[in-house]
Ligand binder design. Sequence first.
Ligand code: AMP
Length: 190
Amino acid sequence: MLNIVLFGPPGAGKGTQSEKLIEKYNLTHLSTGDLFRKHLGEGTDLGKLARKYMDEGRLVPDEVVIGMVEDKIKETKSGNGFIFDGFPRTVAQASALDKVLEDLSLKISGMIALDVPEDILKERIRERGKTSGRVDDQDESKIETRIKVYLDETLPVAGYYKGQGKLTKIHGVGTIDEIFDNIAKVVDQY
Ligand code: AMP
């Protein structure tokens, strides 16, 4: 099985590249942002709880995220593996994920980290905000908060996988297909 962590700051292109990876390798998409937005749309208690954090661009507490991911992994029966998009976002989430997978005799194949300069990230997020309807894509201070949270809380997750010899960095600027080709070369080595 292929279990890939697609990593990078907000606006790095994780969602776009995930779609292409899913198609090529027949993976199950596990985007915690998408799962929270689904709960939000359905008005569940989890959605209401997450909204407070999401609207501000802050992280939803680890135990909430981990519980949701664990349920999703356990309810997914078939497929070639998972693509984790926007998760894990803290070292605590990364080590909890390792435990959940280990219990199922699974493991992370590798992390692919998309590298994109901050000015391009902000431009992409603002552009996406015109059509995504996402509150957190439209407000300059929320965009700033998300990038700061990424640098402070999420970047150490790359170190976690580097320590396991599983980190590959990919330049995340160029055409979607160019970037995807570089990602696929890495995945083909797993
Ligand atoms: P995303 O769609 O991945 O940019 O996520 C949107 C928002 O959902 C984030 O700004 C967080 O508020 C929340 N979120 C998504 N994934 C996580 C996660 N793994 N840990 C904590 N909060 C998350």
